[in-house]
Design a protein around this ligand. Structure first.
Ligand code: FDM
Ligand code: MG
Length: 220
């Protein structure tokens, strides 16, 4: 009998330097017929505005930066849906929880920021309707350990003090995800291989490497 059903949407979230990009690339290779998408996707028109903002070439109000990150996800929403329905698996390297956590952390670090930027509800609303991940994996580690990792650049947000805030905001926002859709993985002092096997155990135990006939859900 031919295999039918849709592929799964798996999201990997975490702070900068937490190993997301490494692990999402490894996971893509383990899953059958799988594509990897990274947000922000800097290759699109909106993505290029985001890139200018992140590299300090341009300034944006906090609200417009926030909405551009969401618009960047909407640019790809349709194609994500289509691919899943064609039976492809998709791994996402960052998605809506980065969107909320970074914006919230920014507003909490700024006494003058306006009330909507402090409202999780407001921050979440532009993402409503996007394809909903079947699982969110959060790679968690203490910010002191992040500071020791190589590769800190000069981009906006790449600062240990700020990452502390982002971590708190992530943990707050992740509380709203139902338990069976969330896995927080403590990657502190684990090797790349160890994290990879841990992630794979979770994927197999939840049968996320198999197609499903369950309809694709939207974020609501
Ligand atoms: N970021 C990422 C946001 O602020 N909002 C978002 O919606 C997303 C997806 O962009 F500091 C931040 C997180 C990070 C920066 O991401 C660039 P990468 O993963 O380092 O390229
Ligand atoms: Mg970065």
């Amino acid at each position: 009998m031919a295999k039918t059903g849709r592929g799964k949407l798996i999201l990997i979230e975490g702070l900068d330097r937490s190993g997301k990009s490494t692990q999402s690339a490894l996971l893509q290779r383990q899953l059958p017929n799988c594509e990897l998408l990274k947000f922000p996707d800097r290759s699109t028109r909106v993505g290029s505005l985001i890139n200018d903002y992140l590299t300090g070439k341009t300034q944006l109000s906090d609200q417009s930066a926030h909405l551009l990150f969401s618009a960047n996800r909407w640019e790809l929403a349709k194609s994500i849906e289509e691919k899943l329905l064609q039976g492809k698996f998709i791994v996402l390297d960052r998605y809506i929880y980065s969107g909320i956590a970074y914006s919230l952390a920014k507003s909490l670090s700024n006494d003058e920021s306006s009330p909507e930027m402090k409202s999780v509800e407001w921050l979440y609303s532009p993402d409503k309707g996007l394809p909903k991940p079947d699982l969110t994996l959060f790679l968690s580690l203490p910010t002191e350990e992040l500071a020791r990792r190589k590769g800190w650049g000069e981009e906006r947000y790449e600062d240990v003090e700020f990452q502390k805030k982002v971590r708190e905001c992530f943990l707050r926002v992740l509380q709203d995800i139902p338990q069976d859709h969330l896995e927080i993985i403590n990657v502190s002092d684990l090797s790349i291989e160890q994290v990879k096997s841990h992630i794979w155990e979770v994927i197999e135990s939840k049968e996320l490497n198999k197609l499903t006939t369950m309809p694709l859900d939207k974020l609501h």
